[in-house]
Design a protein around this ligand. Structure first.
Ligand code: SF4
Length: 189
């Protein structure tokens, strides 16, 4: 069902649901936080350049987590950086979404086996909505991931899906410090 369920043009009246209007407004103004962690961030910056014109989708980066509703985790999440990532996530207002960009962020990437300093997936500390594979993913892949986030938002029902997301957050990142300590212990010799 699209935004417009019925139109009565004579009196400029549109008939639709509150869910549709809110979802449409949210998905048409996704503001990702402007931060990057490693080489994947270069591709993210390229995606924001004029060639790809993300602003046609209402997507442009903000420089404060308090004004952002999308976190693109672009790059290697080191143990040192992991706590900062959680802090930035917690500073973002609801509704907020997370896109994990690239192998490092998805599962540790090339550091998966021997990287003593790398978290093996950012979803161990914050809930991830969409994963984009690649090392690094090209801008087209990132745009595909952003479209997926928009699809998720389009399907949301006010009061239901965010509760699920919060539950997921509580399950996955109730105590990120413990997770980071456990990861550190697991890779120490
Ligand atoms: S996935 Fe590849 S390109 Fe992206 S941060 Fe890791 S090593 Fe760099």
């Amino acid at each position: 069902m699209g935004l417009l369920d019925a139109a009565i043009t004579k009196h400029n009246v549109l008939v639709t649901s509150v869910d549709n209007v809110l979802n449409w407004a949210r998905l048409s103004s996704l503001w990702p936080m402007g931060f990057g962690l490693a080489c994947c961030a270069i591709e993210m910056m390229a995606t924001n350049a004029s060639n790809y014109d993300l602003e046609r989708f209402g997507i442009f980066p903000r420089s404060s987590p308090r004004q952002s509703d999308l976190m693109i985790v672009a790059g290697t999440v080191t143990m040192k950086m992991a706590e900062r990532v959680v802090r930035l996530y917690e500073q973002m207002p609801e509704p907020r979404y997370v896109l994990s960009m690239g192998s490092c962020s998805n599962c540790g990437g090339p550091y998966w086996e021997h990287g003593y300093h790398v978290l093996k997936g950012v979803d161990r500390i914050i809930p991830v909505d969409v994963y984009v594979p690649g090392c690094p993913p090209r801008p087209e892949s990132l745009i595909g991931g952003l479209m997926k986030v928009q699809e998720l938002i389009r399907m949301e029902q006010i009061g239901i899906s965010r509760a699920d997301a919060l539950k997921k957050l509580a399950e996955k990142s109730a105590d990120p410090k413990t997770v980071i300590q456990r990861e550190r212990k697991a890779v120490s010799v």
